[in-house]
Each structure stands twice: as C-alpha cells, then as structure tokens.
Design a protein around this ligand. Structure first.
Ligand code: PSU
Ligand code: MN
Length: 303
C-alpha cells in the first residue's frame, strides 16, 4: 500500500517527523460521532495539549478535501465537531471514494492507523476500538479496526473495549489475527468505563519503555501489523459496573428494536448510554481518553 501520495502533514507534524520527535496520532470519528458538541471539540483540543505536556507532538487525523491529513488546525477540529454526523464516518472501505470525490471524512481507528502508518507515526491514542459486536454470529458485525490491527504497523492505546461489544469474541479475533495485546498495569482486559472484565490479556507491562521495546521488536520481526495496549480508566473516574452494564444492555435493546445497523451502531449506542447515565458515561469517556494520551506520549518518547 502506498498512501504516502495522499498524505498532507501539518507544519508541526512535518517538522516532528523530519526531526524524529515523539508523535502521537489521534482519530476524528471520536470527535464527530463519538461525543456531542461542544465537549467533543474541547476534548480533542485538551488531548493535544496533554500530549504536548507529556513530550510528544499530537497528530489528529482526518480526511479533508480528499487528503489524508495528519495534524489538524483548531478550526478543522472545530468544524468536525460542529458538523458531527454530517461528516462521513470514514473507515478503511471509505477512503478511496472520499479521495476520488475530494470529500471530508472523520477517521475511525482503522482509517487513522492507515493515515498514521503512511505518515510514519507509530503510536496512536484513542478511547475505545471497534470490535466484534454482540450477536455478530448472525449479524457478522465485526469492526474493520480489528483487521487493521493485524495489517498496519501502529500501536493503538485504548481503554479496552466496552461491553456493547462481545469482549470474549473480540479477544479471540485478535488472537486469531496474531495481534499482540498488552495490559498496561493489568492482567485483564479493561471494559472501558470500568477497570475489569474478568477476561485475561496475554501480556502485561508496567513500563512504557518496555512497550516501546515491543513495538521495535515487532517491526524488526517483520510483522505487518500493529499492537493493542489496553489501559484501564483511572480508579477515580471509573463507573459503577452495575449502573453502566444496565445502561449498555438497555441501549443495545433499543438499537435492536429500532433496527440500527452497520456504521450507525457504535455512535447510536454511545449517545444512548450517555442519555441513560445522565452524562456520567461521557465524563468517564473523556477522562479515559486523556489517560490514554498520557501513556501514548510516554511510549512514543521511548521509541
Ligand atoms: N468506541 C468509542 N468511541 C468511538 C468509537 C468507538 O468509545 O468514537 C469509534 C472509533 O472511531 C472506532 C469506531 O474506530 O467507532 C468503530 O466503528 P465500527 O464499529 O463501525 O467499525
Ligand atoms: Mn460495524
């Protein structure tokens, strides 16, 4: 794949790449489809600030006018946040037509990995990845994010996966695809809003430098794909498991009743869960993203 011809770097990111400075990529579906305005824009701008405070250059990614952009202006971030669902949620399958039409798109984890890899960025921080949805044995709803982790050499730092997904099947899929999954300071997969799922992860690390060593080793081994670091939400922001699990169950039931499908599923569930929890899921979501940016910056600084 040669996406390099389609990449546009911001001056800051271009300089960081030239000088070999630590860089952390960030996605934009979380801005347009993952959170409401104006919290989405505030969160994205805070992520960039936190990234800098922790010694790395932020590279928020999106498709703008058919170009795969790494590094956005504040105005572009504000635009993606205000437009919300009017912007195309862009995963791998959407990039060719967005480029051909010269359109804008908010990149998912998969499309952000493609952009980051083409730009030469090796670490990426987000909130949650897509995975194997509950009921996937009949719907076949499995996020392209998982396949991308197997194919594209970027280390993605997330807070595990939320139980709108089938967490066991998601872990099985990652195992089949040979994606290294590393728990940061934990032996089990964090469940996004909570620190525990009861599902073991194959590897644990307590040291960002060790994770950077593993990224280098994966590259030297010639692995085509990336790596998934799962970082539990800080204790003080984690939610009550019963409250959030009930909210998720109700949201999933509502989505099924309304016949919500395909790319609409994750945004619908996130918005529903936020309404059911009176906004406390959004507050937790924002804090876990910040926590992931901090860790990603430390990993990038060790590369
Ligand atoms: N999980 C979240 N917030 C998000 C997403 C997932 O908590 O915003 C977004 C990410 O961009 C992820 C995408 O890559 O949803 C997965 O969508 P799908 O399942 O349609 O591939
Ligand atoms: Mn899907």
């Amino acid at each position: 794949m040669n996406a390099k011809d389609f990449i546009s770097l911001s001056p800051e990111v271009e300089k960081a790449i030239r000088k070999g400075l630590p860089i952390v990529a960030m996605e934009s579906t979380i801005i347009s489809h993952g959170m409401p305005y104006p919290q989405n824009v505030e969160t994205a701008l805070n992520c960039q600030r936190i990234c800098r405070e922790n010694g790395a250059v932020p590279a928020t990614c999106a498709v703008i006018g058919g170009r795969l952009c790494a590094g956005l202006t504040d105005e572009q971030i504000d635009y993606l946040g205000r437009e919300g669902h009017k912007v195309t949620k862009a995963s791998r399958r959407d990039l060719p037509m967005l480029v051909a039409k010269g359109m804008d798109g908010a990149t998912t984890v998969a499309a952000t990995m493609i952009t980051a890899a083409a730009a030469g960025i090796r670490v990426f921080a987000t909130g949650g990845i897509g995975g194997v949805h509950r009921g996937a044995e009949t719907t076949m709803d499995i996020s392209a994010d998982l396949e991308e982790l197997a194919e594209t050499p970027v280390c993605v730092v997330c807070a595990g996966a939320k139980s709108i997904l089938d967490l066991n099947l998601t872990m099985e899929y990652l195992e089949t695809k040979g994606v290294p999954v590393i728990g940061f300071g934990t032996d089990e997969l964090p469940a996004f809003y909570t620190r525990k799922s009861g599902i073991p992860v194959p590897w644990r690390s307590d040291d960002p430098k060790e994770i950077a060593d593993a990224i280098r080793a994966s590259e030297q081994l010639g692995y085509p794909g990336g790596m998934l670091v799962v970082n539990p939400i800080p204790e003080e922001y984690s939610m009550d498991a019963d409250v959030i699990n009930k909210a998720i169950d109700d949201a999933v039931r509502e989505a099924n009743a309304q016949g919500i499908r395909g790319k609409e599923t994750t945004p619908f569930l996130l918005a529903k869960i936020k309404d059911i929890t009176g906004g406390s899921s959004l507050a937790a979501n924002i804090q876990l993203v910040y926590n992931n940016v901090r860790l990603a910056a430390k990993i990038a600084a060790n590369l």
